[in-house]
Design a binder for this molecule. Sequence first.
Ligand code: AMP
Length: 415
Amino acid sequence: MDFNQFNLDSRLNAGIRSVRFQKPTPIQEAAIPLALAGHDLIGTAQTGTGKTAAFVLPILDKLLKGPGKRTRALIITPTRELAAQIHQTIGILSRGTNIRSVAVYGGVGAGPQIEALHKGTEIVVACPGRLLDHIGSRHAKLGEVEILVLDEADRMLDMGFLPDIKRILKHVPARRQTMLFSATFPKEIERLAQQTMNDPKRVAIGISAPAETVSHTLYPVPQHLKRGLLLKLLDQTRTDSVLIFTRTKHRAQRLAKQIADGGYKVTSLHGNRTQGQRRQAMNGFKKGQYQIMVATDIASRGLDVDGISHVINYDMPGTADDYIHRIGRTGRAERSGEAFTLVTPEDKKLVQKIEDVMSAKLPRQTLPDFNYGSPKPDYSKQNGNAEAKVNGKANGKSNNGTKRNPPHRSKRRAR
Ligand code: AMP
């Protein structure tokens, strides 16, 4: 099958040619005809499957058929990075048309967004908080929206955006086409779909199973030796493009510094960084200026960076679904990738869950020249302040394998 068979408006050919997609991905093959026929759609698809183009192409096709100069399509996403990415994809795919989009999110000046909204930009790609601000100040007028996309709905739920979404929905006409994409379907998302959609068709691609192009390895390690093991692992790995996940913003910040001390070009992406710093980190990582990016789940959700060769879970994610999401950053669009996960004895239950979801036992690996017997540092003798030496490297003081914090869940608005 190729893109011609969708009978898309010929003005979209230039965009499709410029992204050099040879053939549609499975989610595109399933979703595009249904969306073009005007159906409401529930898509179970993780990022990396090509779902953005699966909703962007039908939106563009529909918008080309009607008059412009007003907001006709609204795409709501959980994170600023994802909004920026979707906006960028629209920019490329709409190349041969006059259709424009605006990305609406916080952390940047509102002026250009307001100007674009007043010009009647047809597609608005927005994070909930800033969009509500623009609705409140009457800059965003959604009364003529024909297509609504709720992207990464499960993540929006996790981030506490459901009430915001319900408020936004009050400003969008009930007669519209709605597409909802989610990697998982907790009860609240099913309920939201029931309340907001009209006889939706379902397309499910790769339900909660990571891309087959990724190989997975677990590295059992005591908590206090994690950093030593990671540095050893990096030593033995081709580190052109490595994404490392930690559980908290502070751990991301600290680990990035420690890896940089090991001579690597490293950046970090987490909620304690300003929007400018986040953008700079992302762009630098995309361009290869940084070999390694250390990130938290929230900040890196949905990121589309070409050619990430390794995802390393320095800390286990909170749930099996989060594992799938993280791993989705590599092995994208049929390239191969590797996923390394450092597992401590406390992670046993979650490992079991991940193996259940994947219907496979994941291989365990030990590094032959790593000293797994190094004792746990005794902080009581070090005033709780000194850095302990582990495997010849300094060991972070709070990384002592005691109680785990719950996974980070930001309730803050993505403004
Ligand atoms: P997404 O799941 O939308 O984030 O897309 C993941 C990656 O797949 C992006 O880098 C897209 O450019 C790429 N992609 C999307 N559709 C196709 C396609 N039909 N052929 C090849 N690559 C694609």
